[in-house]
Design a protein around this ligand. Structure first.
Ligand code: FAD
Ligand code: HEM
Length: 572
């Protein structure tokens, strides 16, 4: 059971190149560990071993993680020219890690993932795959692999695989869950292969999640401390309030579905785990709820429902709870219709949606997004969008509506399609998704937000929770907002108002297409915020923009001494 970790530790001079481990969204190590860290030493007690810990380069489910030591390890790997190391492996076999060819480092893979290249080969669509179809893709230049009921196109990953092409080929064209887990159950494949995802494995998708996994390996993987939402209720004569407590900064989300005037299904999302409460209420309530809100600092969700007949109730009713399979929820789509669409500036527009049956309400965790799916040339294509608080928009809508600010790209199929929708038009929305860890920001009192163009939307959702928090109160919050011209800037006035209201917040606009002093993201621009020993030195940065912008930002911040766990890049 402990062979793997002990052998890693023994092989101190071997090529411990890169660790991807299962990401624990709720309880997450604050800092990454190096190979000399005690968690990698042989166990002194019988406690289960922890896999090597990592720090987040991006916390989103599609985001990638790097160990603190990753760049050095990759370098040493490529310079010593070893093709394998001599230390043992998880299974007791000699380690079989390969030197990666130049240009196939982890960083290069991250860049490729962020380049917009179609790594799944499906053009952004999710396509269910049958076992017989899967079996056809078993060649090195056409390689699909199923892990836990999800099929990935690993063709482009071949040369990046630290275990080598031949090893990866052992799992292609089939359900490789067991093999994968036997070799390296801790590898965070959903993040690494996020952009390679094709779709669910059609038959036995659920069964495959229960595929037998080596008991030795599973028992060595620590289970994150799970947060179970706790339910409570209060009432007034005319209102019933359902309250869900999670944990401070747990950043929960919620989807409520009204089945009838006395039955509600409330799904609470914490990290990647969904919990469901099925309510049978004592009497009838109105829809939509009067209020649905989440306290970022408290981690408390409240849903205030109007009673059809105002009167005190003896009890709220009854409820049952159950956990849901997060993978299958990610495949769900909900029918929404347009209730408002209005141009916002020369190339962007506001879009407000409401569930078509008027039976659903979504509340997203801070920094999470939703996939909007539309038909284009007979195919369904989706893109990510981050809801924007109604306070930022011209429209005043109901608590069960969801609004977006969308930039239209003339050659962009989804944004162009959404732009021409009329009130009453239908679109499909996916459930909330993301991996942003609000709690990660708590240690930091001087924070920089970098947004480019429409990348403002996730960044916007962070501003108020950061400024309002009482725990380790923020000292400075800088927003650097990059656009081409001043006409492209979103919400300039609102951002100015926020500066006036709270002197800890400052917003700087940087324009790349102006005659006088065009400005882009650069080392010179950011240096002043990161000087050593400066009391208000920024220690955390959240980044959202086009992939080139994100990559440049991460490179510059790395040069300025920031570690991967001090940055979060929002990705789809
Ligand atoms: C987590 C996340 C949240 C997002 N939230 C929002 C949001 O709230 N509002 C919003 O408008 N968009 C948002 N986006 C971007 C959105 O998902 C789409 O990428 C965008 O709408 C373009 O889709 P498309 O199909 O129209 O064009 P695509 O086919 O994806 O792109 C067409 C062309 O447009 C250009 N392009 C596309 N995206 C960008 C970009 N971000 N910056 C510069 N050029 C680009 C490229 O030249 C590309 O070739 C978000 C993206 C992510 C990852
Ligand atoms: C199922 C077929 C696969 C096989 C047989 C396989 C085999 C291997 C082997 C033998 C190693 C070297 C292990 C060692 O260090 O001792 C390795 C490392 C690695 N593989 Fe795979 N692999 C498979 C699939 C994948 C997939 C799909 C991914 C992508 C997410 C992946 C990512 C990695 C990573 C990140 C490492 C380095 C892990 C570490 O340092 O411990 N592998 N693999």
């Amino acid at each position: 059971m402990f062979t793997r970790t002990s052998s890693r530790n023994n092989g101190q001079n071997s090529c411990f190149a890169v660790y991807f481990v299962i990401c624990f969204p709720v309880i997450k190590p604050r800092s990454g560990l190096t190979m000399s860290d005690s968690s990698l030493k042989p166990p002194a007690s019988n406690k289960p071993l922890r896999p090597p810990q990592v720090v987040a380069l991006s916390g989103s489910p599609g985001g990638l993680q790097l160990p603190v030591t990753a760049p050095q390890k990759l370098n040493s790997n490529s310079t010593n020219g070893n093709t394998s190391s001599a230390s043992g492996s998880a299974t007791g076999n000699p380690r079989n890690k390969c030197a990666l060819k130049p240009g196939y480092s982890l960083m290069s893979w991250i860049r490729l993932c962020n380049s917009g290249a179609d790594l799944s080969g499906t053009g952004g669509r999710t396509v269910p795959v049958s076992r017989s179809e899967l079996a056809l893709h078993n060649k090195v230049d056409d390689a699909w692999m199923a892990i836990r009921g999800r099929v990935f196109n690993v063709t482009r990953y071949m040369d990046f695989h630290p275990g080598g092409v031949d090893e990866l080929m052992r799992g292609v064209g089939r359900d490789a869950t067991q093999l994968f887990d036997e070799v390296h159950a801790w590898v965070n494949y959903p993040q690494l292969l996020g952009k390679c995802y094709i779709g669910p494995l059609k038959e036995n998708a659920v069964k495959s999640t229960k595929d037998p996994v080596s008991p030795e390996i599973t028992s060595a993987i620590p289970k994150p401390t799970e947060i179970l939402p706790r339910f409570d209720w209060i009432q007034q004569r005319s209102e019933l309030t359902l309250i869900f407590y999670t944990r401070s900064f747990a950043n929960p989300g919620m989807v409520v579905r009204r089945q009838n005037s006395q039955q509600l299904e409330v799904r609470i999302l914490i990290g990647q785990q969904w919990h469901t409460f099925d309510f049978q209420l004592t009497e009838k309530v109105e829809w939509p709820p009067k209020v649905a809100k989440m306290g970022a600092e408290t981690g408390k969700i409240e849903v205030v429902l109007g009673k059809e007949e105002p009167a005190p109730w003896p009890i709220y009713g009854t409820h049952t709870t159950r956990k849901l399979d997060s993978n299958s929820i990610q495949e769900e789509h909900y029918d929404y219709q347009v209730i408002h669409r209005e141009d916002f500036n020369h190339d962007s527009f506001e879009l407000s949606l409401q569930s078509a049956e008027r039976d659903r309400l979504m509340l997203l965790p801070v920094g999470y997004h939703i996939n909007i799916e539309v038909p284009v040339d007979g195919e369904l294509i989706h893109r990510s969008y981050t809801p924007v608080d109604h306070a930022y928009l011209s429209v005043d809508t109901n608590s069960d509506s969801i609004s977006f600010l969308i930039k239209r790209y003339p050659n962009g199929p989804v944004s162009s399609h959404l732009h021409q929708l009329q009130v009453g038009s239908r679109v499909q929305l996916g459930p909330p998704r993301g991996g942003f860890l609000l709690s990660e920001l708590n240690a930091h009192r001087n924070i920089l937000l970098l947004a480019a163009g429409s990348g403002l939307t996730p960044i916007l959702s962070l501003i108020q929770p950061i400024l309002k928090r009482n725990t380790n109160r923020i000292e400075t919050l800088h927003l650097y907002y990059f656009n081409k011209t001043s006409g492209d800037i979103w919400l300039k006035k609102k951002l100015e108002e926020m500066q006036t209201q709270d002197e800890r917040f400052s917003c700087k606009h940087l324009l790349s297409q102006v005659e006088e002093k065009p400005e882009r993201i650069s080392l010179e621009l950011l240096t002043s915020l990161f000087r050593e020993k400066q009391p208000d030195r920024c220690t955390y940065v959240a980044i959202c923009g086009p992939s080139g912008f994100n990559t440049a930002a991460v490179d510059i911040l790395t040069q300025l001494g920031l570690k991967p766990n001090q940055m979060h890049v929002f990705r789809g």
